[in-house]
Design a protein around this ligand. Structure first.
Ligand code: UTP
Length: 290
């Protein structure tokens, strides 16, 4: 069983400055709902109620969002506007939130390690809320939990990306697991590689169309708790940060990382371009755009 979901949300969000100078990136809205609430709702619909959030300086809006607002509630009670609070109140009722602050932003791996005291010795999910994932009818995290239950090791979500964009992502190679067409045992991982450094991928078995695309890690993980000890041991990697990709590579070398190629859409809402695409997608879905 996966009982807890960790949300690393301490990053500076530099690609979205100046908006993220005082507003946490994870609180940027897609229509009227902040990114982090989409993530929490995804965890809830995968059966997880325990939300462990790694925050940092200037991120108090996150805690306030997932708390009661008695003054506002009593102001709206009995008025025609009361229903505007229904969704968030239901999320708060169903979830337990715990928080810890990352005091130095030393990378995603370090943020995950900071969450260790909230997670303990159990497998857990990780959602990067700025990576908004829509997986058709099936909830992506639920699908990944099923894969975890079968293979009992770490599971990552992957998607195809253009050859020209490898420098933005963790890129993987792996072997398709017999009897599936979307599940791979990971054999190698690279953090934000230059595409011309990926010559080895010519032999890549994940993606026969290697010339035009690669497989990149999306912001959803199921991690086994041994990841914490690995994170404590590894040295800073790309950009001097503690990289989760380096820790996962350690597990992958023991055959203990499965990658699931999901079929839905992913919006990188940490970039202005991805954010606009996400807003357009949801606005069209709700028929707000003609
Ligand atoms: P990103 O690299 O997308 O976030 O990390 P960032 O560093 O805030 O973005 P830019 O590059 O400066 O624009 C992915 C996730 O990991 C969290 C971020 O908050 C984001 O949700 N993160 C990253 C941390 O919690 N701590 C860190 O030290 C780094």
């Amino acid at each position: 069983m996966i009982n807890k979901c960790l949300f690393p949300a301490a990053g500076y969000g530099t690609r979205f400055l100046p908006a993220t100078k005082a507003v946490p990136k994870e609180m940027l809205p897609i229509l009227n709902k902040p990114l982090l609430q989409y993530g929490v709702e995804e965890a809830l619909s995968a059966g997880i109620n325990n939300m462990a959030i790694v925050t940092g300086r200037g991120k108090r809006a996150i805690e306030d969002h997932f708390d009661n607002a008695s003054e506002l509630e009593s102001q709206l009670r009995g008025t025609s506007k009361e229903h505007y609070l229904d969704d968030i109140k239901s999320v708060i009722e169903k979830s337990t939130f715990t928080y810890i602050r990352q005091t130095q932003m030393l990378g995603l791996g370090h943020a995950i390690l900071t969450g260790e005291t909230l997670i303990g010795e159990e497998p857990f999910a990780v959602i990067l809320a700025d990576d908004l994932c829509i997986d058709g009818d099936i909830n992506l995290l639920s699908k990944m939990i099923k894969i975890y239950e079968k293979y009992q090791c770490s599971v990552i979500a992957i998607e195809e990306i253009p050859f020209t964009q490898t420098e933005k992502y963790g890129v993987i190679s792996g072997d398709l697991i017999d009897g599936t067409n979307d599940t791979y045992r990971v054999t190698n991982m690279f953090e934000k590689p230059k595409s011309h450094d990926l010559i080895e991928f010519v032999e890549d078995r994940v993606n026969p169309n290697y010339a035009s695309s690669f497989m990149a890690i999306a912001g959803r993980y199921i991690l086994t708790p041994d990841i914490f000890d690995i994170l404590k041991k590894i040295k800073p990697g790309k950009n001097g940060e503690i990289q989760i990709t380096d820790a996962l590579l350690f597990q992958a070398n023991q055959g203990k990382v499965i990658a699931y190629k999901f079929k839905g859409k992913r919006f990188d809402c940490g970039s202005v371009e991805g954010y606009i695409k996400a807003i357009n997608y949801f606005a069209k879905k709700q028929e707000l755009l003609k």
